[in-house]
Ligand binder design. Sequence first.
Ligand code: GCO
Ligand code: MN
Ligand code: MN
Length: 388
Amino acid sequence: MSEFSPTPKDKFTFGLWTVGNPGRDPFGKPTRGVMSPAEIVDLLGEVGGVHGVNFHDNDLVPIDASEAEAGRIVGEFEAALKRTKLKVAMATTDLFGEPVFRDGAFTSNDAEVRAYAVQKAMRGMDLGARFGASVYVFWGGREGCESDAAKDPVEAEARFRRALDFLCEYSIERGYGYKFALEAKPNEPRGHMFFPTTGHYLAFIPTLKHPGMVGVNPEVAHEHMAGLNFTHAVASALAADKLFHIDLNDQEFGRYDQDFRFGSANLKHAFFLVKLLEDHKYAGFKHFDAHAYRTADRADVIEFARGCMRTYLILRKKAAQWNADAEVKALLRQCHRPGKDVDALTEKFSRSKAETLLGMGFDRAKLAGRPLPYERLDQRTLEILMGV
Ligand code: GCO
Ligand code: MN
Ligand code: MN
């Protein structure tokens, strides 16, 4: 055991569809053999230190499985969980893969498709609850359009709200105790996606009937695809008490969906993300929604999974080192200028405080001349990261 070996307490999880990804892409066939759910759980057992596994309804039970087939698959999966002591952390619904969802699921223009999507989510929730999943993710993979001639986006949002309100009630009625986590993605696979960023969902949640049950599942790659700062999206979720789950991976900015190993493309961003999660004591699951390179074989897939967790744990140590570093502390003291008296003025509005503030004189030139050695601070940060 090295200091960077994970344990189940770290709450690292992987999806059946991530380590089980056979390397298919829009241009090429699978490069690895397809594994059964039980085989994927065994592989995660071999990786070591993993807390749990996540699945879409149809990752576990194929959509057209007979009852007997479903029973066999679920039984084998259950036995593998027992063998490896892995838990099921999160479950979700595949509302994007089947042609029936070609124009969306909850936001489809066809009422029957919308009803089918809600039914499929209910059954997915039943399946997840059977394995003790506590988080239920909603990624609206096909919720969008290619042309705005197709749908009124306000009406589409109302349809999405109706579906979620209904599913919240279903979870309550069944006593599942799920936390719902909404996952945004800016592009792919639709031409224009509804709810493209985590911020869109944070604005949407308070309009629901049960906003307390619903939070977000931000993903590194999704905010980076949009050219946004992922750490800031996570910060908004933390500030709103809505970080119910997180999808960790990596992505070059401005590219197609890459799903790289955590930290492999943007190490500095990954550092500030880990530091934020640790500083704010995020205690939920940390799910690596990433795929091994298409060139990887089984042994390399295991290295991929270990690498995701190891990088997180190394960055966690770097974050602690940064927080304790004497030079960083001195620089921060220089850059942060607290002022209790002036802060108190704007803390809670009163007419007299407003009068006082209006009457104050500020020396703009003096304020603008105060040193802000952010170059030194950032260079120190990089040197900590580089191990110098
Ligand atoms: C993607 C998404 C998915 C979701 C998953 C769970 O880009 O395909 O990130 O992997 O996370 O469907 O809802
Ligand atoms: Mn993704
Ligand atoms: Mn994801």
